[in-house]
Design a binder for this molecule. Structure first.
Ligand code: FES
Length: 167
């Protein structure tokens, strides 16, 4: 029977199961391998691990929900990162993050899904431009709350335009 996982992933999963003493201890690196390949871990991945490798779905879900480094939903097209380290913190980064997250929540409640997710990150070496950050690979300086909203607006429009062009 064909495996649910790719050949590469099967190799990695088997290698981790061989290397670790118990199946439970192999769960973390296995989930990393899945996330590396697929960018997130779905319910179908969890079930396939149980069916093909006899890894308890309950235990896998426990690990998934305990550690914040695992994604259980697909990544959004744009990732707004705002530095939370000292210089940016002092220049109001927390407020910028809060404002950006509230904008995404508000849009969601109104039935609009913005192509964004917001993350706080450690120092990016742009401390002179605090609060500093990135939208995907685009460097951003002085991300005040107003600027955070502008960025969300600007990139969301860009995404809409690109999506229209593809149709
Ligand atoms: S403290 Fe934010 S970039 Fe360094």
């Amino acid at each position: 029977m064909a495996s649910y996982f790719s050949t590469e992933l099967n190799k990695s999963i088997k290698a981790y199961l061989d290397r670790f003493e118990t199946k439970r201890t192999a769960i973390l690196p296995i989930l990393h391998a899945i996330q590396d390949e697929k960018q997130w871990i779905s319910g179908a991945d969890v079930l396939a691990l149980e069916q093909e490798y006899d890894l308890s779905a309950v235990e896998v879900r426990e690990v998934l929900t305990f550690y914040s480094m695992y994604r259980t939903s697909p990544p959004k097209p744009y990732r707004l990162e705002i530095c939370k380290s000292i210089s940016c913190f002092l220049m109001g980064a927390k407020e910028s993050v809060k404002t950006a997250k509230e904008a995404l929540d508000k849009a969601q409640k109104e039935g609009r899904e913005l192509p964004f997710e917001v993350h706080e990150v450690e120092c990016l070496g742009q401390c002179g431009y605090a609060p500093a950050g990135y939208v995907n690979k685009d460097r951003q300086n002085n991300i005040t709350p107003e600027r955070a909203l502008e960025l969300i607006d600007q990139y969301s429009k860009k995404y809409d335009n690109e999506s229209q062009e593809k149709k």
